[in-house]
Design a binder for this molecule. Structure first.
Ligand SMILES: Cc1cc2nc3c(=O)[nH]c(=O)nc-3n(C[C@H](O)[C@H](O)[C@H](O)COP(=O)(O)OP(=O)(O)OC[C@H]3O[C@@H](n4cnc5c(N)ncnc54)[C@H](O)[C@@H]3O)c2cc1C
Length: 494
């Protein structure tokens, strides 16, 4: 069954074994529970979009494996055009949902990284991971599943390799290799987006590892509700709003189609069958597999935050009007917001266009440009948020607005509505201000700094891929210098 409807998607989640907890409670049905239903709704909007004439072209594509129509989130990037479509879809998805739908994009990118790295392992080692991966992927496409991507380990002491940690479980590792090619794994993956909204998890190493870390080099796909997996949803700044939300019309939680969630995934001796194992100790290939992840992820995240910026810009301009001001008063600030949005979007597109083909057929984004984009993504959206708050005023900055319950109270509600009003009625003004608050200090904030890895990590790659020696040689030529300009010897202090 390809191309599910939102209802079919939600039914697929409802039928899973309950294994998601929050505040000590086992969530029986993630599609209806207050803590998880908003993230499910955000992801369901994608299923709606793929069935809409207006959006079908961007949300769907043709499987290069079966020739069938599939969700783009289950496709392999095989050309610059595929990556450009990825960026466009991510931007549009934030515009449609007003939130992060990380239960799809991280898993999609991890799946693409495994497409190329399983090919590499087989090519060098004579294994059969790639074919195995393709069989799993064909099935995933036919079932139109949603996959969270789990790379980040708890890590423990950041200066120590996995095998040096006092507790080996600080990074997910193999505890048993089965004769048939399967594995049993133990450990955790943390800060994983949209897990409650996912049918499966795509798991891969979060870093490059050496020979002593072979047991930590494991990649696989597994149903989110597999035996031995427990999910703990993290506490979230909007929790009290979710709990207080009285009906779908109230404005305490401004984005009903969304709600970012992040989770701890605990793997308690989880058995992964051979047909779902895509790396089992091949440490030499972890460096490239992580590179295959960060290339497209750091390119396309620029589009996601651009979509976030588009919504902020629109909401800020609306707030100006709601306050009785022509948005022209803020032309320069609104323009700067557009510049920020287009910078991260455009950098991602450039990284796609400047990429190259991997022998497997995967399209690899340009690593220098995608890592440069990560630096912009960790900076420009914050500037955009400051501008949105600047334009929108104190209510949006602080979120100092009455709850919907108070706003509609029979006694004092009418007065609150009067005093919240300006050039528009009080409810309209509160709805706009809540959206700005949500995007600037609520769910819109995370994801820019560390999502897809830390900016300092990206700077390391920028040093690696930018050709300083070449730049120095060219500068020497232009300056007419034909002798060596040696690197200074390390000077010893007395
Ligand atoms: C919104 C959001 C969504 C996310 N979603 C996902 C997801 O879906 N799937 C997933 O797998 N992960 C996800 N993550 C996790 C993300 O990948 C990590 O946050 C990121 O890789 C950084 O790791 P960390 O948070 O453990 O930071 P740390 O590793 O603790 O880094 C903190 C700081 O210390 C620096 N540092 C770390 N180690 C060293 C060292 N040895 N030497 C010098 N400096 C060091 C880093 O550069 C950084 O500045 C998400 C994160 C966010 C914020």
């Amino acid at each position: 069954m390809a191309l599910k409807t939102p209802e079919e998607y939600k039914a697929s989640l409802s039928s899973m074994r309950p294994n998601v907890y929050k505040f000590g409670e086992l969530i029986k049905d993630v599609t209806t529970h207050q803590s998880t239903r908003y993230t499910v709704e955000g992801h369901a909007r994608i299923f709606q979009a793929q069935n809409e004439d207006e959006h079908r072209e961007i949300y769907t594509t043709t499987s290069h494996l079966t020739g069938e129509p599939i969700s783009r989130y289950l496709s392999i990037f095989r050309s610059p055009e595929d990556m450009i479509a990825n960026s466009k879809m991510k931007r549009l998805t934030f515009q449609l949902t007003g939130t992060c739908t990380g239960g799809r994009c991280a898993g999609w990118t991890a799946m693409n990284a495994l497409f190329a790295s399983t090919w590499d392992i087989d090519d060098a080692e004579g294994t059969e991971y790639h074919q195995r991966f393709l069989e799993w992927l064909k099935d995933a496409q036919a079932r139109d599943i949603t996959m969270a991507g789990a790379l980040t380990d708890p890590k423990g002491d950041r200066t120590l390799a996995p095998h040096q940690q006092a507790d080996p479980d600080m990074n997910l590792h193999i505890v048993e290799r089965h004769d048939d090619g399967g594995v049993t794994v133990r450990g955790a993956k943390v800060m994983i987006c949209g897990v409650a909204a996912a049918n499966e998890l795509v798991v891969m190493p979060g870093s490059a590892y050496g020979p002593d870390d072979a047991d930590w080099c494991v990649a696989f796909a597994i149903p989110r509700d597999a035996e031995g997996i427990t999910i703990i949803e993290a506490r979230h700044p909007s929790d009290d709003r979710e709990a207080g939300c009285s009906c779908d019309d109230d404005f305490d939680l401004p984005v009903k189609g969304g709600g970012i969630t992040q989770a701890y995934i605990l793997f308690d001796d989880v058995r992964v069958p051979a047909e779902r194992v895509f790396m089992r100790g091949e440490w030499k290939y972890t460096r490239n597999s992580i590179m295959y992840f960060i290339g497209p992820y750091r390119a396309a995240i620029g589009a996601c935050v651009a979509g976030q910026g588009d919504v902020m810009r629109g909401a800020a301009a609306l707030m100006a009007r709601a306050n009785g001001l022509d948005e022209k008063v803020f032309t320069e600030k609104l323009n700067q917001m557009a510049i920020n949005n287009e910078t991260t979007f455009g950098m991602g597109i450039a990284s796609a266009v400047m990429g190259k083909q991997h022998p497997s057929g995967a399209w690899l984004c340009d690593p220098l440009l995608s890592n440069v984009n990560k630096i912009h993504v960790a900076r420009l959206p914050y500037e955009t948020k400051v501008l949105a708050q600047d334009i929108a005023g104190g209510v949006a900055e602080t979120g100092c607005m009455p709850s919907y319950v108070d706003f509609t109270d029979e006694g004092y509600g009418e007065l609150l509505q009067k005093y919240m009003g300006a050039a528009v009625d009080g409810e309209t003004r509160v709805r706009i201000a809540r959206l700005v608050e949500w995007l600037t200090i609520g769910a819109g904030v995370p994801g820019c700094m560390h999502g897809g890895g830390s900016p300092d990590g990206a700077k390391m790659f920028i040093r690696m891929f930018s050709d300083l020696n070449g730049d120095m040689e060219r500068a020497k030529d232009l300056a007419g210098i034909d002798k060596d300009v040696p690197k200074p010897e390390k000077k010893k202090r007395n």
